[in-house]
Design a protein around this ligand. Structure first.
Ligand code: ASN
Ligand code: ZN
Ligand code: CA
Length: 333
């Protein structure tokens, strides 16, 4: 499954036991992948600026799965970049975030009690906080895929990060973060349509976001309305996350990998799913071919319909499903 030369052995907080791409330099080993654009992982050691210190040690064994061992979060981050690289490469032939063969690097242990992770185009890097009390790192796989996908969006449609285009930008990250999780399919992270289900960010075991029915988080929109663009981009994203779930899996109740979903639709329209791989192919083509910085929900419908026509044909069931799924979230033409 993996493209890299996995020489190191690691145990992450969330990924568990994994092999990771490392580099031998003299008598030491570095958390630097020999392939995948040379991506590497550094330790900010609670600082908030700079490149951080490249992880380096005398053995090629990293982390022990506990948060007390700072290498464990680094293993998660390092694995997350590899999984995201491989997903885009093997699914779409995309050669890195910018499709230029350059690997992004990751910084872990940002600041103190920092409950977030973020992508930054200016350093072409991604960064993870350690969460509350510095004991709950944000280094879950769908978060890694989410953040790196912000880089893909910036390099393609460049959806403006406010209003409806901002919701589409955020949803694009949730969609591909989720696809990375399904692609990796590791035993410690059962793939699902939930975002951040392992990091316990709410302190009560609930995920950060739900794609089948986004309003379950108490704030996200299930359906388009003329005011949805006034919401925070992490809530206006709900419309597109919901669209993606419906297009993949269809409306109504369903159990996938032991997780129960129940996806409603506007006016109870019945949506038949086309599967997540086809849905992701439609979104990726729309993102990289038709969406622009100012794309709103109505234009996203048009973009995905063009993409589905390109991929599956003008008379295809896939194209019809795209229209029905958008209708199901109240996005007309
Ligand atoms: N983790 C957040 C996100 O990727 C950071 C932000 O607010 N941009 O959406
Ligand atoms: Zn985001
Ligand atoms: Ca997830």
């Amino acid at each position: 499954q993996w493209d890299g030369i996995e020489t190191g052995s690691g145990k992450g907080v969330f990924v568990g036991n994994v092999t990771i791409g490392t580099t031998q330099s003299g008598s030491s080993y570095q958390l630097k992948d020999g392939t995948r654009g040379g991506m590497y992982t550094t330790n900010l050691n609670h600082g908030t600026s700079g490149t951080g210190t490249l992880y380096s040690k005398s053995t090629d064994t990293w982390g022990d799965g506990t948060v007390n061992n700072g290498e464990s979060a680094a293993v998660d981050a390092h694995y997350g970049v590899a999984a995201t690289w491989d997903y885009y490469k093997n699914t779409f032939g995309r050669n890195g975030i910018r499709n230029d063969g350059v690997g992004a690097y990751s910084r872990v242990h940002y600041g103190n009690n920092y409950v977030n992770a973020f992508w930054d185009d200016s350093c072409f890097c991604m960064t993870y906080g350690d969460g509350s009390n510095n004991t709950a790192p944000l280094t879950e796989l769908d978060v890694a895929g989410h953040e790196m996908s912000h880089g893909v969006t910036a390099a393609t449609a460049n959806l403006t990060y406010s209003g409806e285009s901002g919701g589409l930008n955020e949803a694009t990250s949730d969609i591909f973060g989720t696809m990375v999780e399904f692609y990796a399919n590791i035993p410690t992270d059962n793939p699902d349509y939930l975002i951040g289900e392992l990091i316990n960010i709410n302190g009560d075991g609930t995920p950060l976001r739900y794609m089948d029915k986004p309003s379950k988080d108490g704030a996200s929109a299930d359906y388009w309305s003329s005011t949805v663009g006034n919401k925070d981009v992490h809530y206006s994203s709900g419309v597109a996350n919901h669209f993606f779930y419906l297009l993949s899996e269809g409306s109504g109740a369903k159990t996938i990998n032991g997780v129960n979903y129940d996806s409603p639709t506007q006016g109870n329209i019945a949506v038949t799913g086309i599967g997540r791989d086809k849905a992701a192919a439609v979104w990726y083509r729309a993102l990289t071919t038709y969406m622009t910085s100012s794309t709103n929900y109505a234009a996203a419908r048009t973009a995905t319909e063009k993409a589905a026509t390109d991929l599956y044909g003008a008379g295809s069931a896939e194209l019809a499903a795209v229209g029905t799924a958008w209708a199901g979230v109240n996005v007309g033409t």
